[in-house]
Design a protein around this ligand. Structure first.
Ligand code: UGY
Ligand code: MN
Length: 265
């Protein structure tokens, strides 16, 4: 056997030929790291990354109305803002950044209003999860100021009374209707499910931060059951039936976005 042959066999064992858990359907998608194609990120300096979810994923009217990006941060990374009219939410998965001079580390996050330039720079290499969505003003009122927080400081409440499924709101969208975008952090103890199959007008972008589980998505002939692990991303369109159960022996935690406080669109 040649060395090249041995290398090919080893590669195939690592990534069995033509196999992936990634799937892109009309009303949902699962994007797994084995398929990531890393490229320079538009609007960033010295930063590569992967646009996990974007409007390009679907077709109107059932297409993502936001982007969800995994940025591979370096110490030279920098960005001054999203596109005009677009709000940004940045979550530090690893590494450190500074935003307008304020240093943020793991599990810190920033919500940055549209059309207000910011100075985000890499301090230590790592990974950022970035959501971007056009901001819809509420009755012409000005948008909130930038908002910063640490995910583990936000109270995680039992979901519908279940202490084994705990939900933390990272933004004050429940008390301040000027926020049209929520990002929540949901933690499930092993073997605990979402209490029912949800179907709702909001869409979600999801990133599994820790643990593993199974996500049931869609309905009828295009219903899928997806084993998911940390690092996987999911898009759920409006009205995509959805259910999750945590598996394994450690809690599963996911971050997810949701359009809120505005009429269905
Ligand atoms: O907020 C939500 O709709 C949340 N319970 N959905 C989900 O976890 N898939
Ligand atoms: Mn939901």
């Amino acid at each position: 056997m040649t060395h090249a042959h041995d290398a090919a066999v080893a590669a195939a064992q690592q990534h069995p030929t033509a196999q992936t858990r990634t799937r892109v359907m009309a009303d949902h998608a699962v994007i797994t790291p084995d398929g990531h194609v890393v490229a320079p990120l538009f609007g960033w300096t010295d930063t590569q990354g992967v646009v996990l979810i974007s409007p390009s994923m679907g077709s109107a009217p059932r297409q993502p109305r936001f982007t969800q990006t995994l940025a591979h941060l370096t110490e030279a990374s920098a960005t001054a803002g999203a596109l005009p009219g677009v709000q940004r939410f940045v979550y530090i998965l690893s590494g450190r950044v500074s935003v307008d001079g304020r240093e943020l580390g793991v599990d810190d996050y920033a919500w940055l209003p549209a059309d207000v330039p910011h100075d985000l720079r890499g301090v230590e290499a790592g990974q950022l999860l970035v959501f971007e969505q056009p901001y819809d003003t509420l009755d012409g009122k000005p948008a909130p100021d930038a908002f910063f927080g640490h995910a583990l400081d936000q109270s995680a409440e039992p979901f519908m009374g279940d202490e084994h499924a705990r939900l933390a709101h990272l933004l004050p969208d429940e008390t301040d209707p000027r926020f049209d975008f929520a990002v929540n952090r949901f933690t499930f103890d092993p073997n605990n499910p979402l209490p029912f199959v949800e179907t709702h007008h909001n869409e979600h972008g999801l990133y599994l931060q820790h643990g593993q589980g199974v996500y049931r998505l869609g309905s009828g002939p295009t219903e899928t059951w997806n084993p998911v692990v940390a690092g996987d991303a999911i898009w759920m369109a409006a009205y995509c039936p959805q259910w999750f159960v945590a598996t394994g022996d450690a809690p599963a935690t996911y971050l997810y976005s949701k359009n809120v406080n505005r009429p269905p669109r």
